[in-house]
Ligand binder design. Structure first.
Ligand code: U2P
Length: 489
């Protein structure tokens, strides 16, 4: 399968790049196609599978709007439903039985509850039994719900039955009360977790683990919803973790590329560095140029060496890599000098998805005139680079009076105009109006605040950039015949 790399460009000036392949983000569940099986023999019992989202989400490296893994501070903090599965006593299960295809309108009254307690955790769309891709709920209904209809009835009843079981047997509550609380440092005995559930429900659960972390608890029921033993054994080691949500920002592999020949120190590793090609100090010394002329000389040298230096360096970053190009802040690079435009085109020719991220220092925004000037600089980069573009108000953690800045996050054009008119002489009124209309037309008056101290803020910024570059939305379909009894994850 061809890889479709992705690039983010951060300006102001940071230039960021992401490279994404057709990898599914480790979510096999969502990318397999299944063939429809018309009739299957009657099942023997039910398994209710509830999953621990932080463990499930530790597999995914991508964010997208639909994924419960990407809700930052609002990410699920308890076990959520994976599915209610009809099973056979021999350890196999029926799937994709004849029955109506998933219809969201059937469960429209349950959507809020399902979104919270049965969230989609993956970014890839789930395979349905009719060789198409859809919601996770569609997958669970068509694969399992259709095979349990002798007991759970139609689609609405399948979902309501599952929700009722989930609420009645609250695995999260049982484990938390027994002291098995989320922790990134503790390990808990699997036997203790099993005992806690046995004490509460008088049944033995099946525990499923991923890399030593508890991923799923399965409770088994007879067809009249009395507890019974599951057929398969737990697959967990003796001691397991129950991890807390880990930041996607820290889990994603990001490579920083320095494009500033005048940069001095970095507190983080730099994967590629223009200074290996050319440095401003050398240019100033050898050619007798000043800092600005020297910088432009360096950038033009970079342009001339795109094929050799950049192409060669980029070869080290193929599979699923996310590159951030940190650009020098000189405005001319984004207004009329074509170096960065050519740089971007080079990346695009190499099949990268590229996005510009414009960072405006929030401390700079002390009044409306500065805000408009920041917008114009960003607009100029937008026009020059012709890229999907995200505007960020950075360093929000350093702003003393947050309320003053918040007014600029999504301001009314009319309010901006009257503030501008108040600050400037009457002869500028026409110009002010034209400026505000321009800024409004280009949707520039919308900044995402970034506060580095807040996980939710970082997650939000990442999700904006991910949407922009379609990071995580390019999973290819692995075509695979559905084999009854085969693991789908
Ligand atoms: O365990 C991996 C996947 O196999 C399916 N499964 C597992 C056990 C069981 O009793 N019944 C069953 O269907 C699940 O597939 P999914 O619903 O995710 O497609 C489970 O994830």
């Amino acid at each position: 399968m061809d890889s479709i790399p992705t690039v983010v460009i951060l300006l102001s000036l940071l230039f960021a790049a992401v490279e994404v392949t057709g990898d599914s983000g480790g979510d096999g569940r969502a990318i397999e196609l299944m063939s429809t099986v018309a009739e299957q023999r009657e099942f023997d019992y039910f398994a209710l599978a509830v999953q621990w989202p932080p463990t499930y989400c530790s597999k995914s490296t991508k964010c997208c709007a639909q994924s419960g893994c990407c809700r930052g501070a609002n990410s699920p903090s308890e076990f959520t439903i994976h599915g209610l599965w009809p099973d056979y006593n021999d350890g196999s299960w029926p799937s994709c039985c004849s029955g109506p295809a998933f219809d969201e309108t059937e469960i429209s009254t349950l959507l809020d509850v399902l979104d919270k307690y049965w969230p989609t955790l993956s970014c890839s769309k789930s395979s349905t039994c009719h060789n198409s891709k859809g919601l996770f709920w569609a997958h669970e209904w068509e694969k399992h719900g259709t095979c349990s209809s002798s007991v759970t009835g139609d689609e609405y009843n399948y979902f309501i039955t599952t929700l009722n079981l989930f609420f009645k047997y609250n695995v999260t509550e049982v484990l938390f009360e027994a002291g098995y609380v989320p922790s990134n440092s503790e390990k808990y005995p699997s036997g203790g977790i099993t005992s806690a559930i046995e004490n509460a429900f008088h049944t033995t659960p099946q525990l499923i683990c991923l890399n030593g972390a508890l991923e799923e608890v399965r409770l088994c029921f007879t067809k009249d919803f009395k507890f019974r033993d599951c057929v398969a054994d737990s697959d967990c080691p003796d001691y397991v973790s129950l991890p807390e949500f880990a930041s996607l920002a820290t889990r994603r592999t990001i490579h920083i590329v320095n494009l500033d020949p005048a940069a001095e120190n970095f507190d983080y590793p730099v994967a590629m560095d223009i200074r290996e090609l050319i440095s401003l100090d050398d240019v100033m010394e050898e050619l007798g140029l000043g800092p600005n002329g020297g910088l432009l000389y360096c950038m033009e040298h970079l342009e001339e060496n795109l094929d050799e230096w950049l192409t060669e360096e980029l070869e080290n970053y193929m599979e699923d890599d996310y590159l951030v190009f940190d650009c020098p802040g000189q405005i001319e690079l984004f207004s009329h000098v074509p170096v960065l435009k050519n740089f971007v085109e080079h990346l695009q020719r190499k099949n990268f998805n590229v996005c510009a991220v414009y960072l405006l220092d929030s401390q700079f925004i002390t009044d409306v005139t500065k805000f408009i000037s920041g917008c114009m600089a960003s607009l100029s980069a937008m026009v020059q680079l012709e890229l999907p573009h995200v505007n960020i108000l950075s360093k929000m953690d350093l702003v003393a009076r947050k309320r003053d800045i918040e007014d600029y996050l999504n301001p009314e054009p009319q309010t901006l105009l009257s503030e501008l008119n108040q600050r400037m002489g009457p002869q500028f009124q026409k110009l002010n109006k034209a400026l505000i209309e321009l800024v409004d037309q280009y949707s520039m008056v919308s900044f995402v605040p970034l506060d580095l101290r807040k996980e939710s803020s970082i997650q939000y910024v990442l999700s904006q950039i991910d949407n922009c570059i379609q990071y995580g939305e390019d999973a290819d379909v692995k075509i695979k015949d559905f084999d009854e009894g085969e693991d789908q994850d």
